[in-house]
Structure formats: structure tokens, C-alpha cells
Design a protein around this ligand. Sequence first.
Ligand code: CMC
Length: 457
Amino acid sequence: MKRIDPIVSEKTFTLTNNATGETYDLPVLEGTIGPQVLDIRALYRDLGIFTYDPGFTSTASCDSGITYIDGEKGILKHRGYPIEELASHSDYLDVCYLLLYEDLPSPEEKEQFNWSITHHTMLDDQLMTFFRGFRRDAHPMAIMVGIVGALSAFYHDSTDIYDPMQRMLASHRLIAKMPTIGACAYKYSIGQPFIYPRNDLSYAENLLYMMFATPSEEYQVNPIFAKAMDRILILHADHEQNASTSTVRLAGSSQANPFACISSGIASLWGPAHGGANEAVLNMLGEIGTSENILEFIERAKDPSDPFRLMGFGHRVYKSFDPRATVMKETAKEVLNELGMVDDPLLEIAQELERIALKDEYFVSKNLYPNVDFYSGLILKAIGFPTNMFTVLFAISRTVGWISHWKEMIGDPDNRIGRPRQLYTGEAHREFAHVTHRKHTKKPIWSWLWGGKKNES
Ligand code: CMC
């Protein structure tokens, strides 16, 4: 096992109570690389105080041996391997194996793993009726949250989280079925028949085939698209304790089944500040329309009274550059070149926007650089994906990251239910009054609903 327990450093960190002069030594923990960590676990027990860190900007919520990020230097590594090398020399299932099982697979392991994923791609036929229960104009992420949550109602033989075989089966099923679920959500939205997976195709090829083939004619997967798709999958496979991964861990800490946990991760990913950003980037580039309008949008992004932000810019952790964005930009150029789309107007706007923003004092001083989502949307659009499928593709790629973190957490003997505390700022105490003695001080915000008194259909 490559995972190493944190080392308790010989150093300590001393807190001093300025009022009483009392001191308290906090242990310092060290990982393999990365900043040292103050161990505050006994703080409340010993001193009766909490720490306050909304947004977790200075808090390590767990220890993990899966992914390492150095945001200052723009480094991303999975199990020690730099993302650039994995993106250039591996394929997506190699990376899945690495994240799940700590090592890149040997030829036999790769063959067995690929076989298992390939042979779990189909969905229980009863699940197909679930898709038909949605409105045709439902967002595919809404469908995905529902269908993935429903998997726990179908695969009872892989919901016992304490059985390692069942955990493995659930992991393989989730990785294998996500492209089928995503493609079915798309097919349903455009009124086309579902396309079943083919076992002779690779993971990325199968995804494209299920998305774009129809039963009425033969469909050849474009190898350039398949290569680009595979790279996009690799680049999104895992990213340490981001919002959706932390959501999966928190859901899993209560011992919920893996399908329910992954469904919660998909819901968290959907937001435009996280996985929804690639969809938002394309919408923004379309709204900008022509290069002449770029400055106006840059000014809006800088205006503190305007909620508009440059989508695809900035990152909580990366403060120099996002290494995934570098690979993604190259891939975008490759794909658009191959398609003869070098003059694509959106690519031109994207490149010009990046050039101007990277020289602008506001973006430079706040360390705002293009992130992975800035260029991924252009590739996906060139391949033919509608924008509302972009976050679905992110969810498909990230499933292996979520499941690897969930598996790591369940296997950790120190795992406890996640239960953050709070800084309470509400009323300290109020005397109860009977309804006839209460006066409204504010108009209830739902009063407009009350007027109709109808059941919602
Ligand atoms: N455009 C304009 N200003 C920005 C932007 C942006 N894209 N991002 C951050 N800022 C400003 C922000 O207004 C704040 O200014 P001030 O200090 O004056 O209040 C400062 O930069 C710090 O921003 P923050 O919101 O406190 O930083 P955060 O770490 O909480 O947020 C972020 C990170 C990614 C949510 C944010 O940069 C953002 O909203 N970016 C656009 C959405 C996006 O591209 N998201 C995809 C992230 S990468 C994919 C993933 O991992 O999911």
C-alpha cells in the first residue's frame, strides 16, 4: 500500500491565551509533500473552542494518498504521476485503475479491468423506463442525479459498504454505466432511440457511439474525437477535495450506499462555480459574440457591483496556472486544426479574451488564470456535444475520482461521520407566544404563492 499515515512532527505550534497567559501546544502533522497541518482535533475537548473556516480555505478535511496539488507551482499529480504525463501516455481506464488501485495496471491487470468495465456498461432494462418519466426538456444533469441515485434500487448486491467485493463491484458498475446514463439522457432529450453500448469499442469511443449513432445507419467513431474525448476524461478524473468530492465523502461518512453518494456528488458538481463552468464558458463566449465586445465584458467582470465573472477563470487552489488548462488548450487547437476550424470565431474570442485578461492588472493581481473549463467547452462543441451535456461529461470523468475517495474513506479505520460545527449568530433565547399573540414584523416572502391556493401540477 502506497498510502502513508501522516507523521506527527517533533515541532508543535503553541497557542497563547492573551487574557490568562495560558498556553496550549497543537501537534503538527506532515504528509509526504505539501504544507504542514495543525492537528486541532482535541481543541474543543481541551479548550472548549472551535475554529472558523467557511469555505475550507485553510482546513484539511481528511488525509488522502490519491491526488496532490501544488497551487502555487501549478502541479497536479495522481498517485505521484504528473497529469501531463498521464494525459500524453495513458488512456482513461489506465488512470481509473491508478486512482482506484494505487498503481498503473500491468498488461494482465489492464486486460481484466477493461473487461470488467466493458461488461458492466448496460443498464437494467427497467431503468430505461425511468428516462421516459422525465420531461423531454429536462436538463441532463437533473436526469443523471435521479438515475444514479436510483441505481441503489437495482443493484442490491453492491450496496454493502463493508464487503470489499461489493465495493469493487459498485465501483466498476458506476464507472461503466455513467457514459450509458449520460448518452441516454441526451438521446431522450432529442427524441432519438437509446443506443446500447458496444463491447468492441474503447471507453471514449463507446461514449461517442452511444451519443451520436442512430439505429438507421452505420456510425464510425472519428479517431481524433475519440483521442480528444479520452484526454478530456483523463484531465477531469480527479482533483483532490473539491466541492463534489467533499460532498461524496460527507455523504459516505454516514455509511450511505455508493450510488446515493455519487448521486450527491453529481448534484454538487452541477453548479456554475464548479462543474457547470464549462457550459457557462460557452454561453459567455456566445454572449460576447465578437472580439470588439471583449473589453466591455472584462470591465463587467472587474466591477464589484456586477455579479458577472469571467467563466473559466480563477481557481481556489491554482494561483499560477492550471496544468490541466495547458493540456486542454493544446488539445483544443489539435481538434479544431484537424477539423479545419482554426478560424472558429469562438476560439478566436477565447484566445483574445485570455490574452487581454492575462495582461490586465485586476486578473494578474488576483491570480486569475484560465482553468480547465476555459478550453474544454470548445473541444466538446467541435465534437458536436450540446452545451447542456458538458457538465454531464465532467460527471462521467469525475466518477472515478469520487469513487476512489469514497473507497479510501471507507477503508480508513479512523473514518468517522463528518459533522462540522458552527458559529451560531441567531437569537440567544425567545419566549414562546401563542399564534394569536404573534405580530408580523416582515411581509412573508411566500405571500404571492398564497394568493393562488392551487395545487402545483
Ligand atoms: N472573474 C472575475 N473576478 C473573479 C473571478 C472571475 N472568474 N474569480 C474570482 N474573482 C475575484 C473575486 O471577485 C474576488 O475578488 P475580491 O477579492 O475583490 O472579492 C477574488 O477574485 C477571489 O475570488 P473568490 O471568489 O474569493 O475565490 P474562490 O476561491 O472562492 O473562487 C472560483 C474560485 C473558481 C469559484 C472563482 O474563481 C470563480 O467563480 N470562477 C469562475 C467559475 C469557474 O470558472 N469555475 C470553474 C473552476 S475549475 C473547475 C472545477 O474545479 O470545478
